[in-house]
Design a binder for this molecule. Structure first.
Ligand code: NCD
Length: 310
């Protein structure tokens, strides 16, 4: 059974095929309107979400399928103490594919080991968020025309931000991608990414604290929210939450074709006055998230069908 836990579960060639499919879906939505007739997607969300859950649901509905699920741990039997392994065994009887978000790192992986249907990791704690990464790759490829030869600035909460961890893992496989890691000291990228992924693969990167110092050299600026829910104390959060605010003035330091991305939700880290800048691509990015999840659902259901016949 094929699942999606990390962006590395797909080879670069498979990712290219998936992004091509997403591109075709964008251009010819009618062609796919009945591709999943009679199929069901379960969304099992133990943690808050707007975009990820609703874009998964929109994706399945656009394909002609239907959706069921829960949007918080307290409205599922987790509140009664049921294990994820038991929950997924049961969901496997009700649905054909499942997207799961959980506050614990590795939760979706545990579920996938007991599942009879494809499981998609829709975010596991501060660890990975592979479908956001597929969204980010599609956005960059569509708007920049390439995934190689890029200098990418990652700004904000690089410690707890799972979107950043997944994106780095995915992008290092393309040629000549450099990173500028912009964060306060306390929110630096964890060692298991900096050392084990960047250093170990000889990827060029630098770390800095001031966003202004990085702006001029970036092809893409990926802003992130300070992840309040993963802090151990409120005082630290309050001290760090407004460390970065992208403003019109700072945008003046950027290249005319730099893209601003953000997985959203935004709190204060991008001033609303930047929204009208043609380089602000974060709402477009949310739209790409639907196309890429449609492509992913199709790909995993196709793989499951092949497994069945094997
Ligand atoms: C992100 C997440 O949940 O990790 N949101 C999303 O899925 N688009 C980023 C965040 O919550 O800050």
């Amino acid at each position: 059974m094929r699942h999606l836990m990390s962006p590395l579960d797909f080879t670069v060639e498979e990712l290219d095929t998936l992004l091509d499919l997403a591109g075709d879906i964008e251009k010819n939505p009618d062609k796919y309107a009945h591709a999943c007739d009679g199929k069901k997607l379960a969304t099992c969300f133990y943690e808050p979400s707007t975009r990820t859950r609703l874009s998964f649901e929109a994706a399945m509905l656009n394909l002609g399928g239907s959706v069921l699920g829960f949007a918080s741990a307290d409205s599922s039997s987790a509140a009664k103490g049921e294990s994820i392994s038991d929950t997924i065994r049961v969901i496997s009887c009700y649905a054909d594919i499942c997207a799961m978000r959980h506050p614990k790192e590795g939760a979706a992986l545990v579920a996938s080991q007991k599942s009879k249907i494809p499981v998609i990791n829709a975010g596991d704690g501060g660890h990975q968020h592979p479908t956001q990464t597929l969204t980010d790759l599609l956005t960059i490829r569509s708007l920049k025309g390439r995934l190689n030869d890029l200098t990418i600035g990652l700004c904000g909460d690089l410690k707890f931000g799972r979107t950043v961890h997944s994106l780095i893992n995915a992008l290092i496989r393309y040629d000549n991608v450099k990173f500028v890691l912009i964060s306060p000291e306390e929110l630096r990228l964890p060692d298991y990414i900096r050392e084990d992924v960047l250093v170990a693969n000889g990827v060029e990167f630098k770390e800095m604290e001031r966003l202004e110092d990085a702006m001029g050299e970036l092809d893409v600026l990926y802003m992130t929210r300070v992840q309040r829910e993963r802090f151990f104390n409120e005082e630290d959060y309050v001290r760090l939450k407004d460390f970065y605010i992208l403003t019109k003035e700072k945008m003046e330091l950027a290249r005319p074709d730099m893209l601003v991305l953000h997985p959203l939700p935004r709190v204060n880290e991008i001033s609303v006055e930047v929204d009208d800048d043609p380089r602000a691509a974060y709402f477009k990015q949310a739209q790409y998230g639907v196309y890429v999840r449609m492509a992913l659902i199709l790909t995993l259901l196709e793989a499951a069908k092949e497994d069945e016949h094997a």
